[in-house]
Design a protein around this ligand. Sequence first.
Ligand code: BTN
Length: 336
Amino acid sequence: MPSVKDRFLSMLIKSSDYVSGEAASKALGVSRAAVNSAVMSLRNEGYGIDSATNRGYLLTSKPDRIDPGTLGAILSPERIESVTVLPIVDSTNNYCKDLARKGAPEGTVVISESQTGGKGRRGRSFLSPPGCGIYLSYLLRPKTGIEKISEITCWTAVAVCDAIKEAYGFDSSIKWVNDVLMNRMKICGILTEASVEAESGAIDSCIIGIGINVNEKRSDFPDELSSVASSISIENGGKIFMRSELAAALIKRLDALAAGWPSAHNEYLESYRSYCITPGNRIAAYTTMSGDSPEQTGEAVSIGDDFSLEVRFDGSSGTTSLKSGEVSVRGLYGYT
Ligand code: BTN
């Protein structure tokens, strides 16, 4: 159950007029003193709350924070019960994996304000400074074999693009297999980790980890990432965006993904094909796990029905299906 402070904050966010202390204490089932103490804590956290005699409280400004109160105003108090919001963690994927091991249900979400050991694909780390991005893990328990993991990751990329459009109204695109781009710069990465039942090969739990760069400034990225990574803020003139709005939209889209798996295959495939900018480009494919040296070059032709990338490699007349892995796209991320 979310705290009194969080539930009161959700009430304030949802109301365009003053909320009386009495109405709040009745609706929340707590004393007037508990409401007063919630007001004080929220003010200390940076929320602007006006109080007027005989009228009550009005939210006048809110900081860019991800907390159960702001998420609960967009989602619902019931949905928030399976969302854990942390100030700091090594990796939300690790934390969510632990919850999964303890039997947490599908739809469990872990979000953190920062990560000390954010994990990227291929053993890389994922930069996760405090107060800038969204670092979120979602527990899926798909009744499916491990061979579908790459497809789940593609559905997730679609969910991210849809959520960005819903929350902020911006278009984004996908570089196969699951980098989300804005103006051809990477603003989001996805790391999906599954635990598999040894005997059947079926997925027991699948942790979808999503890192979105929202309010980072140029100086937040190290030099080696400056030609690759950007944030939604940088790509939109330095404006600061409310991360809770995107986090809530993302949770809704991931809930829809979970409900639609696997029957909504065709809808996600159609969306993926329309978002993905890789076909039609020269590419270099990494075939080793380390991904240090691209080994083959060619032209990306299309996205197959199983979300694979159809590639015509140089010197070959037919096409090859890449099921997973990583490609460099000429003209992107410094690849010339
Ligand atoms: C990549 O592009 O290499 C994937 C990056 C995935 C980062 C996210 S942030 C939330 C979740 N927790 C992690 O440790 N990693 C993922």
